[in-house]
Write a protein that binds this ligand. Structure first.
Ligand code: PHE
Length: 451
């Protein structure tokens, strides 16, 4: 390769960039509604336990693979064992499938930020604003390209000057904005009922589906099983502790998800007089309900603009990690420079993203098993390919290269305290749980089982 492999300058840079990848749309709209749906406090508890065991082990494993081999996903697996390069190939497909549709949603967020800043707050609270907007053929594609362009610009600057610099600015701002809105949201009249609903632990609502839902969310939220953490690990210096960094990334990711609930649930509760249904699932919460909530608040235009700015930052740091991963794979594979690789990935994403955007308007007749084009990409990447890669990765580490190979990497210069936990989870617990996630999500979409 002509260009030298870049690296993060130090510990903070790595942690903030990886946390930037982890904290995204999943934390802000998906986590709160899942928590609300699966019994509030009990969901939080299950999620927390899974994060410090399951999520911890898998994230350590991926970062260690990256740092040990100094390669992105495809070559990393191949260099550890020639026969298993195919795991890297499947892992590499996932971010390439996610980036285009994630950027379509990123474009919607950019549009809403613009609407709130340009004085369109009241209009955005009308019932048909969102559906009317996404059904248009050109406007959403324009916003999608703006979002994609911003992402490409950062990736073009490279790991140190682009990804790391932007994460160092955006992540602290994101934390402050989240805190400000969460505090404001809790002080609105009638919000306390929402806080109670969110935090109260209702043990009677504990079930296997709570665990499955929490586990699925954990994977997505920690950006696991798609080569991202392998790529970021390959940019990590040997003197940075993997174990400590993973703990910090987890605190970030879970902390922001928790605060997002504090920001959204009390406000929606106060607005809807405690109607649980108002916490409706999916895009409608963020793009239909929340603008109405902001519009009803004193100073709502300002709060709304602040909220969408923070969501934009969260989405951007995630899309940057997706694009960096794809670019790094393209560079490793074809030996192209960063600029050409960025351009190629940009064009690829535009081509793949446009159908996802059109799927809500002129192409809305295209559905598979009842899913729109965007939802179909989401389903294939997150619910099918991700669990498959996670399963294969665990088997590969547990039984082919053996956990010891990665433990040695994690132990360079520092002790690895959770060594036994790591081995047990990778070899026994994770493979079983992952198969259950895969089965449940496929059965769910086929309508056999409802999660
Ligand atoms: N982890 C991000 C979130 O919580 C989503 C994401 C998935 C980002 C995959 C990058 C890759 O929203």
């Amino acid at each position: 390769m002509a260009e030298k492999r870049s690296s993060f300058t130090g510990k903070i840079g790595f942690v903030l960039a990886a946390a930037g990848s982890a904290v995204g749309l999943g934390n802000i709209w998906r986590f709160p509604y899942l928590a609300a749906k699966y019994g509030g406090g009990i969901f939080l508890l299950v999620y927390l336990v899974l994060a410090v065991t399951f999520g911890f082990a898998l994230m350590c494993a991926e970062i260690a693979i990256g740092r040990k081999t100094g390669q992105s996903a495809i070559n990393a697996f191949k260099s550890l064992d020639k026969r298993f390069g195919f795991i890297g190939v499947i892992a590499a497909i996932i971010p390439a499938l996610i980036l285009p549709y994630y950027s379509v949603i990123g474009g919607w967020v950019t549009k809403y930020l613009y609407a709130f800043v340009s004085g369109d707050a009241t209009a955005s609270a009308s019932d048909t604003y969102f559906t009317g907007f996404i059904a248009k053929p050109f406007e959403p594609i324009g916003w999608f390209m703006i979002f994609m362009g911003l992402t490409a610009l950062v990736v073009l600057f490279g790991v140190e000057k682009g990804v790391e610099k932007v994460s160092k600015i955006m992540m602290p701002v994101l934390v402050v904005l989240t805190l400000v809105i969460a505090v404001y949201s809790m002080t609105v009249d009638g919000a306390m009922a929402g806080v109670k609903y969110y935090l109260m632990t209702d043990f009677s609502r504990f079930s296997a589906t709570t665990v499955l839902a929490a586990m699925g969310q954990l994977f997505y939220s920690m950006s696991l099983a798609m080569g991202i953490m392998i790529t970021y690990g390959s940019y990590m210096k040997k003197d940075v502790s993997i174990e400590k960094s993973v703990r910090q990334i987890e605190i970030f990711d879970t902390g922001i998800a928790f605060l997002a609930g504090m920001m959204i649930i009390p406000a929606v509760f106060a607005f809807s007089n405690g109607d649980e249904a108002a916490l409706g699932k999916g895009p409608s919460l963020m793009f239909i309900t929340l603008p109405k909530v902001f519009n009803s608040m004193p100073g709502g235009a300002f709060i709304g603009a602040t909220f969408f700015l923070l969501v934009l930052f969260a989405a951007l740091t995630s899309s940057i990690s997706l694009m960096e991963t794809v670019v790094s794979i393209v560079r490793d594979k074809f030996g192209w420079g960063r600029k050409i690789s960025c351009l190629a990935v940009f064009i690829f994403c535009v081509v793949l993203g446009i159908p996802s955007s059109l799927g809500f308007g002129v192409w809305d007749f295209v559905t598979v098993a009842g899913l729109s084009i965007l939802d179909m990409f989401d389903f294939v990447s997150n619910s099918v390919l991700m669990p498959i890669v996670a399963f294969l990765t665990c088997i590969f580490i547990g039984y082919v290269i053996k956990p010891k190979a990665l433990i040695e990497e994690i132990e360079i210069g520092v002790p690895f305290k959770a060594k036994t936990l790591f081995t047990v989870i990778i070899k026994y617990v994770a493979p079983v749980c992952i198969i259950l996630i895969l089965l449940s999500s496929v059965l769910d979409v086929l309508g056999v089982m409802k999660i």
